[in-house]
Design a protein around this ligand. Structure first.
Ligand code: IMP
Length: 190
């Protein structure tokens, strides 16, 4: 099965390819613009963007939206992660977190599939902690400062395969894959 994934982020694309390969799902990039509404829920952002991408492509299409939620900051930056990354980056987050002992944080991913039957959203969280200093050169975004529970390494120190064993995105994509394999026949017919 082939699945369109609307993203301009090549890391997300590679992660999705790797996560969906075991299900026999081939991920194809699609250039439909990801239209981001300002909303406090990742599900709303992903669902809206997927519907727009579906209107543009006319084919079942997936959009993903993610955010980093830091417990000591009451969930900041959460749905504003993209803006915060662009403005202060992970160095800014480390600065805000200086002297903060509670390092707990989680990443959440919302994966939305839009198709003729409507929109389905699958979410997943990975809990972990904010590192004291950046480590690793792989991945993207806040990867150098996020250590998932069960590991001592940051996402940026991991291969895609290893990151996918923990990650919010791979978790949400696996939920999508399981649903797709059950519903595939009705999705692409009629
Ligand atoms: P987006 O809107 O889904 O692209 O994600 C919002 C922001 O969260 C991005 O700009 C990244 O900085 C960050 N982000 C999302 N997913 C990841 C991830 O897997 N690792 C590190 N940072 C991420």
């Amino acid at each position: 099965m082939k699945l369109l994934f609307a993203t301009s982020n090549k890391h997300k694309l590679l992660e999705a390819r790797e996560a969906l390969k075991p299900y026999g799902i081939e991920v194809e990039p699609c250039t439909a613009p990801k239209l981001e509404v300002q909303a406090e829920s990742l599900e709303t952002v992903a669902a809206y963007a997927a519907q727009v991408a579906y209107l543009v492509t006319g084919k079942p299409v997936v959009v993903e939206d993610a955010g980093l939620f830091i417990e000591a900051l009451n969930g900041f930056p959460g749905p504003y992660s993209s803006y915060v990354y662009k403005t202060i980056g992970f160095k800014g987050i480390l600065k805000i977190m200086e002297g903060v002992e509670d390092r707990r944080a989680y990443f959440e991913s919302a994966v939305a599939l839009a198709y003729r039957g409507g929109v389905r959203v699958f979410t997943h969280r990975v809990h972990g902690r904010i590192a004291r200093e950046p480590r690793g050169s792989g991945g993207f975004g806040f990867d150098p400062i996020f250590i998932p529970s069960g590991s001592t390494r940051t996402f940026a120190e991991m291969s895609i395969e290893e990151k996918n064993r923990y990650s919010h995105r791979a978790g949400a994509l696996r939920k999508l894959a399981e649903w797709l394999l059950r519903e595939a026949s009705s999705l692409y017919t009629g």
